[in-house]
Write a protein that binds this ligand. Structure first.
Ligand code: SAM
Length: 253
């Protein structure tokens, strides 16, 4: 069982996410617990203000230290163990599968989501958190990064995945290594056939093909990462078949 305490100014963002698929199942089965806390509840201001203008000038607003520090301390005191405090920030250490594995060993993680221009530095000084970034880009808030952490970590909690075997061959289990291509029915789709070897029933040949494909993909990915100019090459235009379909589940926001 792992417990996540999420401190945010927008707890509602998590509602849909917590009620679907694997996470919903894991919560119902008692493998995962998620507690949402609104930082605003620890504001000492009569208008529940939690941010203010930066000293020294500059754009935007900064999250004030008192409500954040006091919220974290109060939440930590609500259960034992107090848990590892994680500050979501683009300046943190990058989230990798190796870090995800370490996080999955904690019984309790306290995730603090920033907003606006980020945190008053004294929040770091006082709480001494583990600072994590989900990548070298800037999101509007720490809520999506917190969901990314929850999403990756719960997969590793025993009992959450139906088949633990699927973890063994997954991408990034070995740093830099990614998974082989996967196929399911139909055998031929728009002229693209499933590789014959996968239909052969020859387990040794299938394992060898998958190993070779995984190595090829991993090598190709490493080359792409080294040669960043590749990402900007325009993609070949795709031949699109016009498919009109009546759908009852489309939603527009
Ligand atoms: N001014 C900040 C900076 O330049 O580093 C960016 C603030 S960002 C708009 C607001 C909040 O989103 C941050 O405090 C953090 O909690 C979250 N955030 C944004 N990008 C993130 C990332 N790559 N990883 C983790 N958290 C992130």
């Amino acid at each position: 069982m792992i417990r996540f305490d999420v401190l945010t100014l927008f707890p509602g963002i998590f509602d849909g996410y917590l009620r679907h698929s694997l996470l919903d199942d894991a919560i119902r089965a008692g493998h995962v617990q998620v507690e949402l806390w609104n930082i605003r509840d620890w504001s000492q201001d009569k208008h529940h203000k939690v941010d203010d203008r930066p000293y020294g000038g500059g754009p935007g607003m900064v999250l004030m230290a008192p409500p954040v520090v006091e919220a974290v301390e109060a939440v930590q005191a609500k259960a034992t163990p107090p848990g590892q405090v994680i500050l979501l920030t683009p300046a943190g250490i990058p989230l990798t599968q190796q870090l995800v594995r370490r996080l999955a060993e904690y019984p309790r993680l306290v995730l603090v989501c920033g907003r606006y221009e980020g945190f008053d530095e004294r929040i770091r000084d006082i709480l001494q958190p583990l600072e994590i970034s989900i990548g070298d880009y800037v999101c509007n808030g720490g809520e999506v990064p917190a969901m990314v952490i929850i999403d990756c970590v719960i997969r590793l909690v025993p009992g959450v995945l139906g088949d633990q075997q699927s973890l063994l061959e997954e991408s990034h289990m070995v740093p830099g290594e990614v998974e082989y291509p996967q196929y399911t029915r139909p055998r031929v789709y728009r002229g693209h056939a499933v590789p014959e070897v996968l239909l052969s029933g020859n387990h040794a040949a299938i394992a060898a093909w998958r190993r070779q494909q995984a190595e090829h993909r991993s090598r190709r990915r490493r080359q792409l990462l080294e040669d960043t100019s590749e990402e900007w090459k325009p993609m070949a235009p795709q031949q699109k078949e016009k498919v009109e379909r009546v759908t009852e589940t489309n939603r527009t926001y």
